[in-house]
Design a protein around this ligand. Structure first.
Ligand code: ADP
Length: 227
């Protein structure tokens, strides 16, 4: 299918705990994401969501199987190519914002762009545009400690989108926020993802949030089940 932009093919991952204990976290896990598709990953704690997202984001390698982005098999590529793809094509959002405390909101969104060779003025322009889309134009010069939890996470979205990735991966992006804030922040995330036509895989425990995505998948005994 030509409109599939991201694919996980027959992924396997086993952790060895001591000499006899093995955990088969992924056992032939398969997933295809189409361009612009937003998918919720809902599964109990320990089911393997973080393992799956780390492999999908090229932060870890599978024991077997392939990770394809835009038709390129990436898991077997060298570190340099994987780092380039991670920097250009994949945006990450974690449960905790992980913003750099000594930098302002704008600078946190500028830095990944400058690491990618973008000029300071162009990077600043894009940071200002992204921050205004999430309602933080007035907070651009604030440091993370001067922002609320929801605002910090919005800045983290902007940072994830700074280099115009084609895939967004998020691990419980609103899991650290109270219910009302998490819905507001998720609204922001969803509208910016829709507007940019990104594909996204978003792990969440929140069934109301999951229902708002295009489809919901789960992880069960190492395989991905589709709704
Ligand atoms: P989730 O994100 O769904 O909570 P994880 O992917 O973090 O699940 O973990 C899945 C399973 O793999 C758990 O049983 C966990 O204990 C185990 N696991 C995760 N990482 C490691 C590791 N580095 N070494 C050994 N076991 C691990």
């Amino acid at each position: 299918m030509s409109d599939v932009i991201f694919e996980l093919r027959d992924l396997r991952k086993t952790y060895n705990l001591g000499q006899v204990n093995q955990v088969d976290v992924l056992a032939k896990a398969n997933l295809k994401l189409k361009a612009g598709e937003v998918v919720a990953l809902v599964a109990p704690s320990g089911a393997g969501k973080s393992t799956l997202l780390h492999i999908a984001g090229l932060l870890d390698t599978p024991d077997d199987g392939d990770v394809l982005l835009n038709g390129e098999i990436l898991n077997l590529k060298n570190d340099e190519r994987r780092t380039t793809v991670r920097r250009h094509d994949i945006g990450f959002i974690y449960q905790f914002h992980h913003l750099l405390p000594e930098f302002t909101a704008a600078e946190n969104v500028i830095l990944p762009q400058m690491a990618d060779g973008v000029s300071r003025s162009k990077a600043y322009g894009r940071a200002a545009m992204l921050l205004s889309k999430v309602g933080l134009a007035e907070r651009a010069n604030h440091r993370p400690t001067e922002l609320s939890g929801g605002e910090q996470q919005r800045v983290a979205f902007c940072r994830a989108l700074a280099n115009s990735p084609s895939l967004l991966l998020a691990d419980e992006p609103t899991g650290n926020l109270d219910q009302a804030t998490s819905h507001q922040v998720f609204d922001n995330l969803l509208s910016i993802v829709r507007e940019t036509g990104l594909s996204a895989l978003i792990a969440t425990h929140n069934p109301v949030i999951a229902e708002r995505m295009d489809r919901v998948i789960s992880l069960n005994e190492g395989t991905i089940s589709q709704d």
